[in-house]
Ligand binder design. Structure first.
Ligand code: BES
Ligand code: MN
Ligand code: ZN
Length: 505
């Protein structure tokens, strides 16, 4: 998708489709009292020609003003555009770049489903120009992605050209820079979605490592991939215990971004869960819904995508990306409940359930990141069904062993416009994972399952400031939304990129 920033007047622009945002100014308390009253709608642009072309429609009472409502006018009077698409942004009061990102995605999906390949989006005056352009580009790229690659009747409808119309007097170079950076972020997010979308026969640990290596070559990152021998040699007993049951060899993917001029410290360590298929192992999962477990490498894919974005955005801070990639399979070589494993850090782990494999591979990933000199850790993993019970599909779970790093992450997260919610890590929970024959066990019973898993990981982050993201409920869209297709979401990449940038000197 080619993006152009333009200062032309919307009325003068020749385009296949001009997009304007409609905002609802109705006072909610008034709406309650007068249920039959027409909603008070206004355009999010001062352009008189666009206002004139839409005034009758907005006053008609035919529009509800609810978010994502779409109306399409052909040959709009007084405009050079062939079509004018109105997308409702919902409440004018609440409207921010968060809503704008989604509205842009919805506009792209509405336009491309009609077979149109270009659109011009009028950036709403309610959001500052640079922030608005970035949100529109990110949202448009997210909306432009569809994962139905393997359908013979795939239409491959997509937008090739996006124009963003900026009103008022703004520094064009600054807006273009914001749009360019947003493009890197949006494309990296789609790169993650692409990886996660692949089924396990087409995304083995070896293939994931190859994709990471190829990406690293393209953007100039160092990349090393270690196989079974090196994993055993480094005494990654927790990681290997999961990998040992599979015929597919595991891969430890290590990507390094070391820009010249970056200070020695901090060194950020990003660790991702890369289970390319999770059958549960000997504690095998029920057949119902097991096919979804191809997405169990989403945390790992997120770290590969984040390294891509970081390499292209070039902040002056060192970052290491680590992905522990393996299948979790039952077999004659697979580990069994009751087995005791020694992790790389030396801690002994009693395996209670072989389906709690994510925390095992991550334990060694976190330990290795510290060994490579990481001063701050962030991990992302589709770790527990329990986080879905706690937070549903809306928020990812965030855990932190340190309030300062949480505050920093939280800020990045707000800026990125992703929904995440902090869950606790109190000492009390530690009892849940105490083992009678080893240091810890890999499950902690049914209650507080997402916390038990995080408590387990905390044992391996030790005293390094650390953020853990449980993205089991958010890495996969269970249904399509106006702004995004059903399937992999690419959650957490934007927050991670902002987090990394917050350290740049
Ligand atoms: N990959 C799963 C997490 C998961 C489960 C995501 C269900 C989405 C839906 C993870 O490896 C897992 O199996 N976790 C177990 C842990 C349990 C055995 C302690 C779970 O959540 O059921
Ligand atoms: Mn599992
Ligand atoms: Zn898993």
């Amino acid at each position: 998708m080619k993006t152009t920033i333009s200062f032309s007047s919307p009325a003068q622009l020749e385009t296949e489709s001009l997009v304007a945002v409609v905002l609802n100014e109705t006072d909610p308390s008034q709406a309650e009292k007068h249920k039959d009253a027409k909603p008070q709608l206004k355009l999010a642009t001062d352009d008189p020609a666009v206002q004139a072309a839409t005034s009758d429609l907005l006053a008609s009472g035919e529009l509800s003003g609810k978010p994502f409502e779409i109306n399409l006018l052909h040959k709009p009077a007084g405009l050079k555009a062939k079509r004018l698409l109105l997308v409702s942004g919902g409440s004018a009061k609440k409207f921010s770049s968060y809503e704008l990102r989604r509205i842009a995605g919805a506009a792209v999906r509405a336009v491309k489903s009609r077979g149109i390949r270009s659109l011009a989006f009028i950036s709403p005056s309610q959001v500052p120009a640079e922030e608005g352009a970035a949100a529109i580009v990110e949202g448009a790229l997210i909306g432009n992605f569809d994962p139905d690659y393997y359908r013979s009747d795939r239409k491959d409808q997509k937008i090739d050209e996006l124009t963003i119309l900026i009103g008022g007097h703004t520094d064009k170079a600054a807006v273009e820079k914001a749009a360019k950076e947003a493009e890197i972020i949006g494309e990296s997010q789609n790169f993650v979605r692409d990886l996660v979308n692949e089924p396990s026969n087409r995304m083995t640990p070896t293939i994931l490592a190859d994709r990471a290596r190829k990406m690293c070559q393209e953007v100039g990152l160092k990349c090393e991939v270690y196989g079974p021998d090196k994993i055993k040699e480094m005494k990654m007993g927790a990681f290997w215990s999961v990998a040992q049951g599979s015929d597919e060899p595991p891969a430890l993917i290590v990507m390094k971004y070391e820009p010249s001029g970056a200070p020695e410290k901090p060194v950020l360590g990003l660790v991702g869960k890369g289970i390319t298929f999770d059958t549960g192992g000997i504690s095998i999962k029920p057949a119902d819904g097991m096919e979804k477990m191809k997405y169990d490498m989403a945390g790992g894919a997120t770290m590969i995508g984040t390294m891509r974005a970081v390499a292209l955005l070039k902040p002056k801070v060192k970052v290491i990306g680590i992905v522990c990639a393996t299948e979790n399979m039952p077999s004659g070589k697979a580990q069994k409940p009751g087995d005791v494993q020694i992790a790389m850090s030396g801690k002994s782990i009693e395996i209670i359930n072989t389906d709690a494999e994510g925390r095992l591979v991550m334990a060694d990933g976190l330990c290795y990141a510290r060994q490579l000199g990481a001063t701050h850790l962030v991990d992302a993993a589709t770790l527990t069904g329990a986080v879905v019970v706690a937070l549903g599909y809306a928020h990812a779970g965030v855990f932190a062993n340190d309030d300062a790093i949480f505050e920093r992450f939280h800020k990045a997260n707000q800026q990125a416009g992703e929904k995440m919610w902090r869950l606790p890590l109190d000492e009390e929970y530690k009892d849940q994972i105490r083992s009678s024959i080893a240091d810890i066990m890999n499950t902690g019973g049914r209650w507080g399952g997402a916390i038990n898993a995080a408590m387990f990981l905390q044992e391996f982050a030790e005293d390094t400031p650390w953020i853990h993201l449980d993205i089991a409920g958010t890495a996969w869209m269970e249904e399509q939304k106006p702004w995004i297709a059903k399937g992999p979401s690419g959650i957490a990449l934007r927050s991670l990129v902002e987090f990394v940038r917050s350290f740049a000197t």
